[in-house]
Design a protein around this ligand. Structure first.
Ligand code: PEP
Length: 247
């Protein structure tokens, strides 16, 4: 059976001292985890956190990656640079980047492509806004977002991680019910199955106010293979509880 993946998204939080304290608390509390674990940290802390988690079960991820290979793209970080720094994952298409940085489906697909080409696993985020859900467009939106990534990445598609993150549930304290989340995950799985014989291998994470209290129920759904965890990943006891729920 494939292992679940619990990935923390620290967003724009942290400091050298706070990161060290958080990672030390996580390492002290990890007891033979039954799932894969990652923390996706601000770019400036990738090297620090990579050193802190060396020889541990925790992998490190970036929160974004450039769609370009190299060159005159001030401020960008390439997939090759992430790979060289020992970074395993890169989140692409997080709703905050789609919203505040106007990243299109096509750009997200290129970012996933660059990551895959360099051996960095993209965590591809898809999800609908509240208005889209209320208009009955959830399925159409997530399928459109994933279709762009499938179209651009063809035969490599079974190497990605997908994160279903309903925008209305991110950082709001509102969580999709396990049934709502499972329904969308099943749609995404079917879409992947039409593109690759290895769709069962793809980890489809749920993200959106996952916490110590709701994780077990969400993670028990058939097509929920882990979590992308924002706020609760900044508190060691909460993140450890979610990890413990991921069996
Ligand atoms: C996220 O930022 O990916 C996320 C899911 O945030 P939160 O858990 O805080 O809703």
């Amino acid at each position: 059976m494939k292992k679940k993946l619990i990935a923390g998204n620290w967003k724009m939080n942290g400091s050298l001292a706070a990161n060290e304290a958080l990672i030390k608390a996580l390492l002290a509390g990890l007891n033979n985890p039954g799932c894969a674990i990652a923390v996706c940290v601000p770019a400036i802390y990738l090297a620090q956190v990579r050193t802190l988690v060396a020889e541990s079960p925790i992998d490190v991820g970036a929160q974004d990656v450039s769609q370009h290979e190299s060159g005159a793209f001030t401020g960008e970080i390439s997939a090759a640079m992430l790979k060289e720094a020992g970074i395993r994952y890169a989140i692409v298409g997080h709703s905050e980047r789609r919203q505040y940085h106007l990243e299109s489906d096509a750009v997200v697909a290129l970012k996933a492509q660059r990551a895959l080409a360099c051996g960095v696993t993209p965590i591809v985020c898809v999800g609908e806004t509240l208005a889209e859900r209320e208009a009955g467009k959830t399925e159409e939106v997530v399928k459109r977002q994933l279709a762009a990534v499938i179209h651009t990445n063809g035969h490599c598609i079974s190497e990605i991680v997908v994160a279903y993150e309903p925008v209305w549930a991110i950082g709001t304290g509102k969580t999709a019910s396990p049934e709502q989340a499972q329904a969308v995950h099943a749609v995404l799985r079917a879409q992947l199955a039409a593109a690759t014989p290895n769709a069962e291998r793809v980890q489809i994470l749920y993200g959106g106010s996952m916490n110590a209290a709701n994780a077990a129920q969400l993670l028990s759904q058939a097509d929920i293979d882990g979590g992308l965890v924002g706020g609760a990943s900044l508190k060691a006891p909460d993140f450890l509880s979610i990890i413990a729920a991921a069996l």
